[in-house]
Ligand binder design. Structure first.
Ligand code: NI
Length: 166
């Protein structure tokens, strides 16, 4: 397996829209293995393809809870609970920056298994739901700092600027 370079805040690719995955082959399998490898190496619990410079609707997650390791392609959030909760988030593309994000507590997801292309539909809650929503945002060029309150964002602005020019 190969570790990929993780793109950092300020790089254009993190703000671009992604394309649907259409071909599920050996090459994609290898790419997904590399994504897991890269994520574990960086001690992350989620990593989306745009973060390694690939504009595809694909991400990997592993909350380290049983059954919560997944490689997901072409996800769609088909339902989300009205109930929300806040938690401090970080992002491998925004090192050293953390901020509280409010997200739905439970979601229903329609997607494809990124290894096989098999359709799947499932419910996720709490941390898994949060990670999936965070990674799904990456597929739309959205970063967690976009969800912060304006005062939280203002506090982090300098750190973000420093990352962007580095
Ligand atoms: Ni992220």
């Amino acid at each position: 397996m190969t570790r990929k370079n993780i793109c950092i805040y300020g790089e254009e690719v993190l703000r671009k829209k992604t394309k649907f995955v259409k071909t599920f082959d050996k090459k994609l399998e290898k790419f997904i293995d590399d994504m897991f490898d890269t994520m574990y190496e960086a001690n992350g619990i989620g990593l989306a393809a745009p973060q390694v410079g690939v504009l595809k609707k694909l991400f990997v997650v592993d909350t380290l809870e049983p059954g919560e390791k997944m490689a997901i392609a072409n996800p769609k959030i088909i339902w989300q609970s009205e109930e929300t909760w806040g938690m401090k988030e970080g992002c491998l593309s925004i090192p050293g920056v953390e901020g509280e994000v409010i997200r739905p507590r439970v979601i229903r997801v329609k997607a494809q298994n990124a290894y096989t292309g098999d359709e799947m539909e499932f419910e996720a809650e709490d941390l898994l739901a949060r990670v999936i929503l965070h990674e799904n945002d990456h597929l739309n060029g959205v970063l967690f700092v976009d969800h912060l309150t304006s005062s939280d964002r203002a506090e982090l602005e300098r750190q973000l600027q420093e990352l962007a020019v580095a």
